[in-house]
Design a protein around this ligand. Structure first.
Ligand code: PGA
Ligand code: ZN
Length: 435
């Protein structure tokens, strides 16, 4: 008979994330029916700032406490509605548990129970099960498959909605693609981070950091940011392309605009193109112009990956860009796919992008997240495990990246403990896997 880890208690609480905003944490207690032993799993959910329109709903109280951002209703849903349907269930049956959560919620976007409430419990169930089996989380998720440590996509320069500066691209990242191990790659990145710090200091630019720990200086253009990163890489003793590649997250869904905010008269909307207004530099692009912009940038700089280069609804633009650059550059759908298999399926069918960003709280359960990774990998798309700009000390994504051999992880700068916690977790996993 299969082991039965009976869920005996589900408890939620309101905690703080790295921006000082409330988020949901859950503790699930299970009892091994065979041995009578009780064990707990605890998890905390992250929260985004440049949130995609098609993400599952994060339930917020909207009351005066925490300026509307409280999550007491979501916590109450954990303690009452969710606990009442999960107590007695077997924690080893993650797929069934996530299905019960979805059925209890009863909506397409998880707005009833809240994706934050559901995910906290879904993750805590997995942690409790792994704990009871005496397995690290990556083993519990991945069985005998885990073998690949991810290359970090390390955000060292912030703009967009994550920083109060003049840069429109949200994230400038370095990827130590030439590193022989995770540990070495992490060291290389941290050294470049410090080289960038001294470079900024010399130029009398601020070394204060954005939400994901990267620097947020006042620069005149995205190209200046790229040039600065290349200089930092060289100053740290590394060579672009041999050691490092650059990755960008444009987060361009934040740039969408209507014809009246576009400064020039345009026929573009009638030809099905979207309009983009870069809020900080004030530059405007039609879809075609933005596609051209990315093509030029990729010709000029060693860019390996661009996330959300076009809006979450600009399927046509994605198709064009993928046709132009898809065989040279990783084109990552974050807001476009929102870790949702339906949206990913549409992207695969229409040839939009070649990679998906994986964020557990965009979809709201562990098993749906694993489904999205599998679907991507089967279709030849890469999948990248990712943090959110609002994070906690929870390190589930580190284990998830290794469990699913995603080969890449995006979890911020080597500064701020909520980011570094994931890197440190990966160092421990690398030691376990490779000795
Ligand atoms: P978010 O940003 O967590 O604020 O959505 C991260 C990203 O866009 O990748
Ligand atoms: Zn993104």
């Amino acid at each position: 008979m299969e082991k039965y880890l009976e869920i005996i208690e589900v408890h939620g609480r309101e905690i703080l994330d790295s921006r000082g905003n409330p988020t949901v944490s859950a503790t699930v207690t299970v009892k091994d029916r065979e041995s009578g032993r009780c064990l707990q799993g605890m998890a905390a959910v992250p929260s985004g700032a440049s949130t995609g329109q098609f993400e599952a709903v994060e339930l917020r109280d909207g009351e005066t406490r925490y300026f509307g951002l409280g999550v007491q209703h979501a916590v109450k849903n954990v303690d009452e509605k969710i606990a009442s349907v999960l107590v007695g269930e077997n924690a080893l049956e993650q797929i069934r548990i996530d299905r019960i959560l979805r059925e209890t919620d009863g909506t397409d976007n998880k707005s009833n129970l809240g994706a934050n409430a559901m995910l906290a419990v879904s993750m805590a169930v997995a942690r409790a099960a792994a704990e009871a089996l005496g397995l690290p989380l990556y083993r519990y998720f991945g069985g005998i498959s885990p073998r690949l440590l991810p290359v970090p996509m390390m955000n060292i320069l912030n703009g967009g909605a994550h920083a109060a500066n003049t840069v429109d691209v949200q994230e400038f990242m370095i990827m130590p693609a030439g590193a022989p191990s995770f540990k070495e790659g992490l060291r290389w990145c941290a050294e470049v981070f410090h080289a960038l710090s001294s470079l900024l200091h010399e130029k009398s630019l601020t070394t204060s950091v954005g939400d994901e720990g990267g620097f947020a200086p006042e620069l005149s253009s995205d190209e200046e940011a790229i040039a600065m990163i290349i200089e930092a890489v060289e100053r740290a003793g590394y060579t672009m392309e041999k050691h490092f590649m650059i990755a960008l997250d444009a987060a361009s869904s934040e740039w969408k605009c209507t014809a009246d905010c576009f400064h020039e008269d345009t026929m573009a909307t009638s030809s099905g193109q979207m309009l983009y207004h870069l809020p900080k530099t004030g530059v405007d692009y039609t879809t075609d112009e933005l596609v051209k912009h990315w093509i030029c940038l990729v010709k000029k700089y060693p860019i390996a990956s661009i996330e959300d280069p076009l809006d979450e609804e600009d399927w046509q633009g994605w198709q064009k860009l993928t046709m132009e650059l898809g065989d040279k550059v990783q084109l990552v759908g974050d807001d476009l796919f929102v870790t949702n298999t339906n949206r990913l399926q549409r992207g695969i069918a229409q040839g939009c992008g070649n990679s998906i960003l994986i964020k557990l709280n965009q979809i709201g359960t562990v098993s749906e997240t694993l489904d999205a990774i599998r679907l991507a990998q089967e279709a030849g798309y890469t999948a990248i495990a990712s943090h959110r700009s609002g994070e906690t000390e929870d390190t589930t994504i580190a284990d998830l990246a290794v469990a699913m051999n995603t080969g890449q992880i995006k979890t911020g700068a080597p500064s701020r403990s909520e980011r570094v916690a994931k890197y440190n977790r990966l160092l421990r996993i690398e030691e376990e896997l490779h000795g």
